[in-house]
Structure formats: structure tokens, C-alpha cells
Design a protein around this ligand. Structure first.
Ligand SMILES: Cc1ncc(COP(=O)(O)O)c(C=O)c1O
Length: 402
């Protein structure tokens, strides 16, 4: 078997250098634990960026995927496949939406949503003229439509953008309401908690205000729940706590628990917009991916992972608040919903510079925005594992220089 240094040499020679991964190579995992090729243990408090909702190597997941791989993986969308039809039923029920269109990633789900919104406007008014409102700091993915809605300029630099997207300050309802009434608004897209941007929950009343604005202006309300969906914030969708529905929702990440699958969900009103031939994806709704998602849905229900995200999230919040009190010169505050939480460092500290020090101690976290250490652990994480992560931060903070 290849050693760490041999694998790193191969990686640096053959992988395209658009990422900057940590200098170790992972081989296996179980629950919220990961092991590298040297056998070192890590506590995974990022879950592949909010993806591995049911943890690594969940035995039911492994068994069902293996069984399906021996039965049927893929047939294309020229044909129905049994698992996908059942997934569509179960996912629309779990989300309280009506229709599901499947794809392979979060960017693709948002690309579908972008096209849906424009096409709906075109069907209604005969033109795609009009704006899509997105927010500063938002992250919607790396394909051109999704990138154009992404609100952090550094991601867009050097690529150009698709016209027609306007970015406004997140949480500023007055700025949205100030859009002149003679300017057609096609849609508003929002993350209920901005994940990549720095774990910013929408302020109270903001989402309801957007719903009212969209109703008033004949615009669609689009929810990007790629990071917040699948029980992460303590409800199956973060929007479920709001008591009203968006017109369309983008999902991915946790939906496949580690197997690539994304989905766009819509209300019945928009079921007829993307007619045959207007949108699609060869792999979308593939039988193997559908089994992964069906299994995630059943585990989320059986193991009550939404409730778990709520209670463990509250405990993590307490632990992080203690840290903020103990290290006021290093930490500003903690924030988040359920098991999507951020520890905000003081101005001058750079979150991504802290990560290697935590990795040395066997703790895997990610940075969100410039100053936020993000927790997005598997929803099956143990309280003791969260405490291990917090303890490692406690040890690392005094060693940080600005
Ligand atoms: C809210 C949100 N939308 C979209 C995406 C893009 O998803 P993907 O990387 O699967 O394309 C992400 C990824 O971080 C995300 O957090």
C-alpha cells in the first residue's frame, strides 16, 4: 500500500490544483470518526461540508448501496426507475413541496432554480427581462448561473457573470422593499442561514418579509437549502420553522449522505414550467443515488436526527459560548442554528490558519468567511466528540498570533 508521502506526491503531480487539501490522506471512517492511511484518528466536525448527515459508513447505508449496486445503478431519464419514483414521493412529503427534479450537486440544483425562475417569468410575461435578487455574502455554487447569484465577489472574479442578478445586503428587508415598483422582479433567492459566507442566520422576520414582498410583486421565493436542508438546523428544512413555503427549494449535500445527488423541489404552481426538453441531466435521479437519498431520509426519521441536531446544537452553542467568555480577546461570538454553527474570531485572526493546528490535534473543521470556524458535523455525532473539538480550540487559541 502507498505511504502518505507517496500519495501526496501523486496528488501534487496528477490532481488539478484548484484545491488546497490538508497534508494527510484519509482512508476510512465510522460515524463522526475518520482515519488516515497512517491510522491516525480524526474527529470529523465538518462532515465533508455538511454532507455526511448520517455519518461515515453507516451500516444501513453501506448495505443498501451495495445491494442496489448489485441490482441496478442507472438507466437515464428515458425510463422511470423504481427507486427514483419512490424517492420523489418521500422527498416531497418530507419537505412539504409537490414536485422534485433531480440532479447531482448543489450548483446544479441552483442552476435549475435559476432557469425555472426565468422560464416562469417568460411564460407569464413573454420576456426574461427582470431581476433576480440575491444577497451579499451568499454562496450558491460555481456554475455560471449559480456563480452569478453568489454574493462574494472573489468567487466571481475573472469569470464574468450572467446578467440580471442584483445583490442586496442580507437581512436588509428595507433594501428589498425599496426596489422600484416599475422594475420587474423575477425572483428572490435566499439561504435561511448563510453557510459559506460565515454562518449567518437570517434575522427574525426577514424570510417572512421576503415571502410577502414576492407575493406582492409576483416574484418567486427561492430557498437555497443546500447546506441547511436534511435536518441540519433542527427541522427537515430550515424553512419549516417559518410556517410558509418557498416556491422552489434547492437541496444537495446531506441529501445523499455522501453520495452525489441534488434536487430542485417546487410547488404545484410551477410544475409545468420546465417542459420535456427544456432541462435535464443524464445522471439526475440515477437509481443508486436515489437509494442513497431514500436511505438518508429513512435514517433521519428513525434516528430522529432533526431533534438530535436541535439538542446537540444547543449543547454545542453552550460550549462555544463558554469559550467566547474564556477567550474574549480571541473570540467575538458564536452563532448558528442546530448543528450548523460558527465560532467568530476577533478581527485580525484568520480562521483557515487555525485549521492545520486543529488537524494536528485530530479535529477537522472548516472555515466560513474569513473569521469563522464552522461546525457542520455528522448529525449522528456524539456530544463527547463535539466536546473534543471545543477542547482542541481551547488549547489552540492561546497559541494564535494575529
Ligand atoms: C448554500 C449552498 N448552495 C450551493 C452550494 C453548491 O453546492 P455544490 O458544491 O454541491 O455544487 C453550496 C456549497 O457549499 C452551498 O453551501
Amino acid at each position: 500500500m502507498a505511504s502518505t508521502s507517496e500519495l501526496l506526491d501523486l496528488a501534487h503531480k496528477h490532481l488539478y490544483g484548484n484545491y488546497k487539501p490538508a497534508p494527510f490522506v484519509l482512508r476510512s471512517g465510522r460515524g463522526a470518526e475518520l482515519f488516515d492511511v497512517d491510522g491516525k484518528r480524526y474527529v470529523d466536525l465538518c462532515a465533508g461540508v455538511a454532507v455526511c448527515a448520517v455519518g461515515h459508513s453507516h451500516p444501513v447505508m453501506a448495505a443498501r448501496l451495495a445491494e442496489q449496486a448489485g441490482k441496478l445503478m442507472h438507466v437515464s431519464n428515458y425510463f422511470f426507475n423504481e427507486e427514483n419514483v419512490l424517492l420523489a414521493k418521500e422527498l416531497t412529503e418530507a419537505t412539504c413541496m409537490d414536485r422534485a427534479l433531480f440532479c447531482n450537486s448543489g450548483a446544479e440544483a441552483n442552476e435549475a432554480i435559476f432557469k425555472l425562475a426565468r422560464r416562469a417569468a417568460w411564460m407569464k410575461r413573454g420576456t426574461t427581462d427582470g431581476i433576480i435578487v440575491a444577497f451579499h455574502n451568499a454562496f450558491h455554487g460555481r456554475t455560471m448561473g449559480a456563480l452569478s447569484m453568489t454574493g462574494t465577489p472573489k468567487y466571481r472574479e475573472g469569470f464574468g457573470t450572467v446578467e440580471g442578478v442584483v445583490h442586496l445586503p442580507f437581512g436588509d428587508l428595507a433594501a428589498v422593499q425599496a426596489i422600484p415598483t416599475d422594475k420587474p422582479v423575477i425572483a428572490v433567492i435566499v439561504e435561511p442561514v448563510q453557510g459559506e459566507g460565515g454562518v449567518f442566520p437570517a434575522p427574525a422576520g426577514f424570510l417572512a418579509g421576503l415571502r410577502a414582498f414576492c407575493n406582492d410583486r409576483g416574484a418567486m421565493l427561492l430557498a437555497d437549502e443546500v447546506q441547511t436542508g436534511i435536518a441540519r438546523t433542527g427541522a427537515f428544512l430550515a424553512f419549516h420553522k417559518e410556517g410558509f413555503r418557498p416556491d422552489a427549494v434547492a437541496l444537495a449535500k446531506g441529501l445523499g449522505g455522501g453520495f452525489p445527488i441534488g434536487a430542485m423541489l417546487t410547488t404545484e404552481e410551477y410544475a409545468g414550467v420546465l417542459t420535456p426538453g427544456t432541462h435535464g441531466s443524464t445522471y439526475g435521479g440515477n437509481a443508486l443515488a436515489s437509494v442513497a437519498a431514500r436511505t438518508v431520509l429513512s435514517i433521519v426519521k428513525e434516528e430522529k436526527l432533526a431533534e438530535r441536531a436541535e439538542t446537540l446544537g444547543a449543547k454545542l452553542s453552550e460550549m462555544l459560548n463558554d469559550l467566547v467568555k474564556a477567550f474574549p480577546d480571541h473570540c467575538e461570538l458564536e452563532r448558528g442554528r442546530g448543528l450548523l454553527r460558527g465560532l467568530v474570531l476577533r478581527e485580525g485572526f484568520v480562521a483557515r490558519d487555525v485549521l492545520p493546528k486543529l488537524q494536528e490535534k485530530g479535529i477537522l473543521l472548516t472555515a466560513a468567511g474569513d473569521r469563522v470556524l464552522r461546525f457542520s458535523p455528522p448529525l449522528v455525532v456524539q456530544e463527547s466528540e463535539l466536546a473534543e473539538g471545543v477542547e482542541a480550540i481551547r488549547q489552540v487559541l492561546p497559541t494564535l498570533g494575529k
